[in-house]
Design a protein around this ligand. Structure first.
Ligand code: GLC
Length: 487
């Protein structure tokens, strides 16, 4: 699965912001790379207080990105190219500019009280203010887990359930294949809010885990099943055992897939990774509980930046593509992009996440294949010319080709796609495992230790990446030990 952040993918209109046509005209890149599906961060109408995660109309494309016709054309071309399309669905909150906020106050979470004292000590996600805003006109508090411009919906109201199911059907009727569901684990919170945090700790409250959410997810799943559509939920609980419960049960299924972010937050350290993988092997097994892996997205610094070298970024990609589960790529990681350095005067995100959202360079020329005209909405990432897709396509040793070969190796191997996972004995700093399916067996070694430098591996290791038993191993230069070969 390949995540596109539409603002940053490619601009075809000259306003400095990427758009749907920018993605449509680069679908060949995704096909060449070898991904199966694309997830688009929000494209619905939005005042962009949180860059689309504040939706003011669930059934419109924001004019910044194009039109419904553009979306239809994109979906049709993607399908013709063999790619599935998932949209980002934002069910926990709307924009304060959504007409519901004025017309249907019963759709939101309100608490009576006095204007000087928020109902509890919950803190909003971006900042250190209360997760409550006082509405002068109504003389009540409303809840906002994120910005004050993002009031939380009240899913205990059946009218909200019905309206939100309608927003799914709108896009499913147009032929999209499914949804990434934004902070979907939060939707079941009720009115008895203080009971969620008895001690009323002063901290952001995204770690909400209440039984009613599971009932709601079963209802959402029934809508998806009518269409044969899929889901991946952003369950932002840093606890894999809890994440596993959001898949539901065979009798009462919930999400098809869920993000599991402990791996996203793991440092480049073999012991920590071993523990994260063990948790997944313990909790995400059995029918309907297929894991996911993600190293980068639009909310965190890119893993190339976090891990500190391209060699580690490549080794991380091997983990991503060979562990048991569905890998999620964030557009640009296949180019080995680092986060942009964003000077304070160009910072735009209230959550401080601009760096990883830098525009994608398509060509080495100035403007990097964007339409030109207005300056891109964020600065380019470092080495944009050399890192551009065009430059790297011309160099078979590039990280871009490395990703392509890695995805081809995965696609060509039943063991890597869906086989069992078993650890192999190894040095503590080497993650060594095998994946097996029938007679297909693949061994993966990923060296995460500083020993790599001491024994001269940095910069000079010959890495074998063989896609099958017949083609000879292909030598790639990276400075972490990664061996991916048939037994
Ligand atoms: C999710 C999104 C993030 C957004 C937040 C509020 O965490 O990934 O970008 O700001 O939800 O919608």
């Amino acid at each position: 699965m390949y995540q596109v952040y539409p603002r940053s993918f490619c601009d075809t209109t000259g306003n400095g912001v990427g758009d749907l046509d920018g993605l449509r005209t680069h679908l060949d890149h995704l096909v060449w790379l070898g991904v199966d599906a694309v997830w688009l961060s929000p494209i619905c109408r939005s005042p962009m207080a949180d860059f689309g995660y504040d939706v003011s109309a669930y059934d419109e494309v924001d004019p910044l990105f194009g039109t419904l016709d553009d979306l239809d054309a994109l979906v049709a071309e993607a399908h013709a190219a063999g790619l599935r399309v998932l949209l980002d669905w934002v069910p926990n909150h709307t924009s304060i500019e959504h007409p519901w906020f004025a017309e249907r106050p019963d759709f939101y979470v309100w608490v009576d009280g006095d204007p000087g004292t928020p109902p509890n000590r919950w803190i909003e996600a971006f900042g250190d203010g209360p997760a409550w805003a006082w509405d002068e006109g109504r003389g009540r508090w409303y809840l906002h887990l994120f910005l004050a411009e993002q009031p939380d919906l009240d899913w205990t109201n059946p009218a909200v359930v019905e309206a939100m199911h309608g927003t799914l059907r709108f896009w499913l009727d147009r032929g999209v294949d499914g949804f990434r569901m934004d902070v979907v684990h939060c939707i079941g919170k009720g009115h008895d809010l203080p009971e969620l945090l008895p001690e009323q700790e002063a901290k952001p409250v995204v770690a909400i885990d209440v039984p009613h959410t599971h009932t709601l997810l079963q209802g959402i799943r029934r809508v998806l099943d009518e269409y044969g559509a899929g889901s991946v939920g952003e369950v932002y609980l840093l606890d894999t055992a809890k994440v596993a419960t959001y898949y539901g049960t065979p009798e009462a299924p919930e999400l098809h897939l869920s993000f599991n972010f402990p791996g996203l937050w793991a440092p480049w350290n073999a012991a920590v990774w071993r523990a994260r993988i063990d948790e997944v092997e313990q909790h995400l097994t059995g029918p309907g509980r297929w894991p996911t892996w993600v190293l980068s997205n639009h909310d965190v610094p890119r893993h190339r930046t976090r891990y500190g070298s391209e060699a580690r970024a490549r080794a991380g990609a091997v983990l991503l593509a060979t562990l048991r589960g569905t890998p999620f790529l964030f557009a640009g990681e296949e180019l080995g992009l680092e986060d942009a350095v964003v000077p304070p005067e160009r910072a735009v995100d209230p959550g401080g996440r601009d760096g990883c959202r830098a525009p994608l360079p398509w060509t080495p020329a100035s403007g990097h294949g964007w339409a030109g005209g207005a300056e891109a909405w964020l600065p380019w990432p470092p080495d944009a010319a050399a890192r551009s897709a065009g430059s790297q396509r011309a160099d078979e040793g590039s990280i871009l080709w490395f990703y392509k070969r890695l995805l081809a190796a995965r696609r060509g191997s039943p063991a890597l796609r869906s086989g069992a996972f078993t650890w192999l004995p190894s040095d503590p700093e080497v993650l060594a495992y095998e994946r097996t399916s029938g007679s297909d067996r693949r061994v993966v070694l990923v060296n995460q230790g500083p020993a790599a430098a001491q024994v001269g591996l940095e910069g000079a290791w010959q890495v074998e990446l063989a896609t099958d038993g017949t083609s000879g191993p292909e030598a790639l230069e990276v400075d972490a030990a990664v061996v991916l070969r048939p037994s």
